[in-house]
Design a protein around this ligand. Sequence first.
Ligand code: PMP
Length: 344
Amino acid sequence: MKTLKDLVRNNIWALKPYSCARDEFKGEASVYLDANENPFGAPYNRYPDPRQWALKEKIAKIKGVPASQIMLGNGSDEPIDLIIRIFCEPGVDNMVAIEPTYGMYGVSADINNVEYHRVNLDSNFDIDIDAIFKAVDDNTKVIWLCSPNNPTGNALSRDRIRRIIDGFEGIVVVDEAYIDFSSQPSWLEELPAMPNLIVLQTFSKAWGLASVRCGMAFASTDIIELFNKVKYPYNINLLTQNFVSERINLVDEKNRRVTAILDERPRVMREIGKLPIVEKVYPSDANFVLVKVRDANATYQRLVERGIIVRNRHSVTLCGNCLRITIGTKEENDRLIEELIINN
Ligand code: PMP
């Protein structure tokens, strides 16, 4: 790996971050007159903990990663944007990503005016290692991997991910938004040995808290300190911090719901696979499944007319005539299957 100083933009390396009142005084006091807050209306009159330590301590326990190696964001979309702003000089540096994958990496690259090279997955939707390394040049700062991958649904092979982390001198992001639905282990356990690795996870999927907006980045303490320099000081509001803190106690409930989704997944795949309009049901390690049909636009439109919304991925690279279907409740899945049978 190159040194962090070599990888980080010069202005970010030199940045003196904003110091907020809650950074300067830590601890308990009886009178707070330091932050121009309104004295009435506790607890929401006060600014929240900018580093969210109480919530991070709880996350640290269930993830087995020290709190100092965790950054929380407004969804994982926030760390995605921050990674680009920390490491990539607009108009100079570039990034490499698998294709197809989650669309926000490319959109955030465009917003930041950072070149984004897409490298097609192979015919098994796995990483084409040689093509990835061929796309890397001296100005490549970040490689984006997503496993299980959206929209293909499969976990990328562990061996190929490892070869990229070991062989690339810059930052490798492994986005694990769907890891709780996967048979593959998380890369979190490898973090101590991999200083160039950033793992992203989220409360939006397995935890069922998409509306609450809380994503996680796990990395070396040095990288987490860079996130802390650049993020908005109070990026996670107190309502979210408190709510996630409570929900995180209910791991068993989360696991039951994940199990319910995982129990439904093979049934949905089997039933959909029987239909003559369906050409292929791709393997899934996520809470959704990619399905190739005869005419994705027509099937999509018919489902919309019946009040069922799936994601039409027809225009996405390697996903011609594919629909991405989220696994719902048993009743929702039954409705979908019935409509597909009727409209076959
Ligand atoms: N990563 C992947 C792979 C996703 O599919 C999504 C959302 N669909 C996200 C990240 C963003 O999730 P959030 O911002 O809700 O944490």
